[in-house]
Each structure stands twice: as C-alpha cells, then as structure tokens.
Ligand binder design. Sequence first.
Ligand SMILES: Nc1ncnc2c1ncn2[C@@H]1O[C@H](COP(=O)(O)OP(=O)(O)O)[C@@H](O)[C@H]1O
Ligand SMILES: [Mg+2]
Length: 266
Amino acid sequence: MPAAVDASQLVKTYTGRGGTVEAVRGVDLEVAEGEVFGFLGPNGAGKSTTVRMLTTLLTITSGTAHVAGVDVAKQPDETRRRIGVALQEAGLDPRQTGRELLVLQGRLFGLSPAAATDKAGELLELVDLVDAADRRIKGYSGGMKRRLDLASALVHQPEVLFLDEPTTGLDPASRLTVWDEVRRINALGTTVFLTTQYLEEADALCDRLAIIDDGVIVREGTPDALKSQLREQQGLDRDPTLDDVFLDATGRTRERSAGDVQEVHQ
Ligand SMILES: Nc1ncnc2c1ncn2[C@@H]1O[C@H](COP(=O)(O)OP(=O)(O)O)[C@@H](O)[C@H]1O
Ligand SMILES: [Mg+2]
C-alpha cells in the first residue's frame, strides 16, 4: 500500500525583489493511508508552503513528492483529482447558498445534475449545515464558512484531504465542531493532512505529527511518543504536555511561543 503522502527532501526557495527566502529546507514526510497527520509550527515556519507544494499550487524547487501514489510534479492533474484542499483563505461567493456552491462544485468535477444534488445533500449533512443549506453564504458565521469549505473540498471524494489551519480565527465552540467534522471525514476513510498552530488541536486530532520550525522538521512522532521521549530526556516525574515538546523542539520560551502560537494572522 503506497503512503498517502511521501515527500523526500522538499525544498522551496522564493525569489523576489527582496532577495531569496528558503522557506522549506529539506523536508521529509511520510503519512500513512487513513491517518490524521498534523503539521505543527509557528507562523512563518513553512507549513503553507509545504502544503502548497504537495497540492500542486506551488512548484517544488527540489526534492520529490508523491500523494496517493502519484508524483506531484510529474502528474499534477492526476494529483488534483485525488486530493481535496481547504486553504486558509476560503474563496466562497457570498451571494450563493451553501447548497448552490456544493452543487456547482460537483458539476465542475463532472457529476451529473442529479448526482451533484445528491452529493451536496450528503455533504451538508456531514458538516452539519442542513438547516443553513438554502441561506446565502454571506449570512454564515466564520465557523459555518469553514465547514462549508471543508465540504466543498470533499465533493470529488478525495483520498487525501489537506487542511491549512482549519480552525485559525475561530471561537472555541466552532473549533470543536470543526474537529468533530475532521474526525467524521477521517472515519469515512479519507487521510487528513492538517496544519495548525494550536498544540491542543494537534493533540486532540492527530495520530502522528511533525513539528516544523524555520523550514526544517525538528520533531516527529505520535503525540504520546513525543511526550514520553521528552519525559525521559529531561528525567521528569510526569508526562510533559505537547506544549512542552513544542517549546523544547523550537527552542522558544513560553512567552514568545504564546505570542507566536496565539497570534491570528494571514
Ligand atoms: N510568496 C512568497 N514570497 C516570498 N516569501 C514567502 C512567500 N510566501 C511565504 N514566504 C515566506 O516563507 C516563509 C514560510 O511561510 P509559510 O509557508 O507561509 O509559513 P506558515 O504557513 O508556517 O506560517 C516565511 O518566512 C514567509 O515570509
Ligand atoms: Mg500558513
């Protein structure tokens, strides 16, 4: 069984008027089919850049990536057919209703009108938007928009779903609802690759995670393994939190990390 995501020595260098930025500097990733994989890191660490390379939205400077067994650089169209993507900036038309958006999305992916309508109904149920389905998106809350965006990434039944900071900027209640939906989507068989700045989100949702800092992966494993590793290393008498792991891995102090991690931007 091929890995859902298999990336080797991924590098992204941005070149612009301001000079060059090495945003991702040799990242290896392996995500098994069926996992919820967390990509954790502070602002500017290289999370979005990595996701954009894995989803064909950015060219890969060097290294290789396979998603669902497909070479991302060599077969971008085939890659796109197998993945769903919900990025930080959702591009939803505020005048449409949630249902209209999903039906249109289904039609764009080649479904018949009847199949697109069925699919939209099914997805609205999955993300708990049945009651709001026929209202215009402009009246939706931030959490509802995020959930609609999740649904629209699932119209073509992707094997791997990429979510870039799915809960950044949401209030705590909406965040929990999105977590539930991610679990439900994963339970139906979709591998989930999600980036987050929230440690408790990674702890709650992810089977495995990698911590990226300054373009380099600094720690990788299951949340439990990462905690017990640090516990042994520091001779602690109880398990540390994922917070402690993050601080140790990134060399940040608690104050700075709180600023980084809680800051809502982009
Ligand atoms: N289009 C771009 N041009 C130049 N630099 C960029 C561009 N996009 C991102 N960067 C830089 O690359 C680094 C990683 O950014 P990004 O992948 O967005 O991080 P994250 O998603 O973890 O916050 C940052 O230093 C950022 O300023
Ligand atoms: Mg980002």
